[in-house]
Ligand binder design. Structure first.
Ligand code: FUL
Length: 635
């Protein structure tokens, strides 16, 4: 059973052997459980990076290109990689990943493997290499560089045959040869099926559990880019957190025991993903989470989303829920058709970077004295509490082997007000701690203010309320001795909590009606409820009177399940509910991984009393199904 479950990851273990990390001292605690490799440690230290989506799809105002865009449309005359990279840097991000090829198949470098590439575009007179320009800008700014090369290719005629896998590998080889040392090799799990495929315009399905032969594909990555962290829904080094909201669950272990689907071994694209977010306590592999989320609602630039850029307060919240939960924060940036980040994006990034510096630049633990209940090896200084406040993530306070529960009393020089507690373990010795309890000394007694599990590389406990105290107690529980490397206290600006959202407001629904009582859930203004029609793939909204509108919105169900989510749509309007005119049709690309509100700007303003949505394709039940959390109409 064990052998079967770990076909792929047994291979990972072999590749990692040789990079096991030595203990610092002879009498140091023995490492516990699965351990990070050297390149994973470097990745944990990187914490935040940006993923840049920019292809002809940008010029089509889409989220997924079909693979048929004319390369002539790709002409970002003002493109400046440094403008984008510098904006990321100002946000505190330490690396960038270039989407060198997205699902549309258009390569941003002059690949020899496929004609559909940047040399066919007018940009730099067909002589350009955008991946190179990103790499050079990253190097210049001192940021790490990585690549994303989509396995799914909606342009390539060979997609679906063994020949394509060879082409894909050759693309990786080019990217691994010519763009320096990569810190990440990012492999998407999406595989939507239909595409242009050299003009065939058909649906091609592959068996994701075998088609890409990841074992041998990633052997290329390991041999050509040994320092690159391999990401996929379950990569060899980094796993997807299971959503595109940028959020890891409260309890999220860096270790995981993988389970395949339908009795097959665990493979990317073929995983039981129930524990992707939480990981597994004492799991067999060290594969921490990456939390990816775009700065705007979509991964590609859409002018209609210029006012939907996440605010610095929202980004700060995401930082706490990703980096602060032992993962990495991967923020999507999307240059516009000029080839630049929009000023709103630049501004949000800068303000977020400043906020991070302001909050984490001042550690309120400064000057504190610590009283630990035990220090390893008869109070040996090398394991002492002084290690808790130095800048080294791997120096640590440790207890004796027999001491699995310990207390740390903290005396601050004066009463201090804070709402963030940061803890770190020395993860070179594994993820050892089960949980912590934190108390403040208040009115002559200890009062609990926080608790947490899964400490690991970095744990930010962000409390709802500020605490003002001069005395704290941290109780630590583990199955082995403790190796804690950092305790920090920080205060965020108080106004941050009430920063609001940047959600778009649709027109009021008070006069609206629908045909069935159940369908009312689609117009009740409550995002949590949804209508699931199992025998019908359409919904008609009666607006009550003729209304004028310029855009429509579809919010898919928000409960994490997928049945009935619309993938291809048609919208019709009518004045009398009998004669219908089509006003929009298309694809809600990437809606499964990122089930956000889909905003559909209309080509021309419409006026109607009735609106009908037809799901031409939806997830589950042969498409005679429609689920909808909210129907929106915009003035
Ligand atoms: C997804 C893709 O389908 C999206 O288009 C985007 O690239 C995102 C980062 O990964 O799964």
């Amino acid at each position: 059973m064990y052998v079967k479950k770990n076909l792929l990851f047994g291979f990972a273990a072999c590749l990692l052997a040789g990079s096991t990390i030595a203990q610092d001292f002879d009498d140091a605690p023995k490492p516990y459980g699965a351990l990070p490799s050297k390149h994973q440690l470097a990745w944990h230290e990187t914490e935040m990076y940006c993923l840049i989506h920019f292809t002809p799809t940008t010029f089509q105002d889409k989220e997924w290109g079909y693979g048929d865009a004319d390369p002539a449309i790709f002409n970002p005359t003002k493109f400046d990689a440094s403008q984008i990279v510098e904006a990321a840097k100002a946000g505190g991000f330490k690396g960038i990943i270039s989407v060198a090829k997205h699902h549309d198949g258009f390569a941003l470098w002059p690949t020899k493997t496929a004609a559909y590439n940047i040399s066919e575009s007018p940009w730099r007179n067909g002589k350009g290499d955008m991946v190179k320009e990103f790499q050079q800008a990253a190097n210049k700014a001192g940021l790490k560089f990585g690549v994303y090369c989509s396995p799914w290719d909606r342009n390539n005629p060979a997609y679906g045959t063994p020949a394509y896998v060879e082409i894909y590998r050759n693309q990786l080889k080019e990217l691994y040869s010519n763009y320096g040392n990569l810190f990440m090799s990012w492999h998407d799990g999406a595989n939507g099926g239909d595409g242009y495929y050299g003009g065939k315009k058909e649906k091609r399905k592959v068996d994701q559990s075998t088609y890409y032969d990841w074992k041998n594909t990633w052997a290329i990555t390991r041999s050509m880019q040994p320092k690159a962290n391999i990401f996929s829904d379950i990569g060899l080094d980094v796993r997807w957190v299971g959503n595109e909201k940028g959020i890891a669950p409260e309890t999220s272990w860096s270790t995981i025991t993988l389970v395949g689907k339908e009795g097959k071994p665990p493979m990317p694209g073929y995983m039981d993903d129930a524990n992707l977010g939480s990981g597994t306590r004492n799991g067999e592999q060290w594969i921490p989470t990456e939390c990816d989320v775009p700065l705007r609602p979509g991964w590609f630039y859409h002018a209609s989303q210029d006012d939907q850029v996440k605010t610095p307060a929202m980004l700060f919240d995401l930082y706490c829920k990703s980096v602060g939960r032992g993962g990495a924060f991967d923020l999507g940036l999307s240059p516009n058709t000029d080839g630049l980040l929009h000023p709103n994006d630049v501004q949000a990034l800068k303000a977020f970077g400043t906020l991070l510096q302001n909050v984490f630049g001042e550690n309120l633990i400064k000057g504190a004295t610590f009283q630990p209940s035990n220090v390893r090896k008869s109070n040996n200084k090398k394991y002492g509490v002084v290690n808790l406040v130095d800048a080294d993530r791997y120096s640590y306070w440790a207890t004796d082997d027999a001491v699995h529960q310990a207390e740390l009393l903290i005396d601050l020089p004066a009463a201090r007000e804070f709402n963030i507690i940061r803890l770190r373990e020395n993860i070179k010795l594994g993820q050892r701690i089960d949980s912590v309890l934190i108390d403040e000394w208040k009115d002559g007694e200890w009062v609990n203010i926080a608790k947490a599990t899964s400490i690991g590389a970095n744990r930010i406990i962000r409390m709802d309320n500020f605490v003002e105290t001069s005395k704290l107690r941290i109780k630590v529980f583990a199955p082995v001795s403790i190796a804690l490397s950092d305790v920090g206290l920080f205060a965020e600006p108080k106004a941050l909590r009430n920063a609001g959202t940047n959600e778009r407001q649709g027109i009021a629904k008070t006069t609206w009606s629908v045909e069935s009582a159940d369908a009312k859930k689609a117009i009740d203004g409550d995002k949590k409820t949804f209508w699931l029609a199992t025998e019908d793939n359409s919904i008609i909204i009666d607006l009550g009177s003729v209304q004028h509108f310029s855009a429509l919105g579809y919010l898919p169900r928000q409960d994490g399940k997928h049945d009935g989510i619309v993938e291809k749509y048609e919208y019709f309007v009518s004045g009398d509910g009998k004669e219908w005119n089509k006003i929009a049709e298309g694809e809600f690309s990437n809606i499964k991984a990122n089930p956000i509100l889909q905003y559909i700007p209309l080509k021309a303003e419409a006026s109607a009393k009735f609106i009908k949505l037809i799901a031409k394709q939806s997830i589950g039940n042969e498409n005679r199904q429609l689920s909808i959390a909210e129907f929106e109409v915009y003035e």
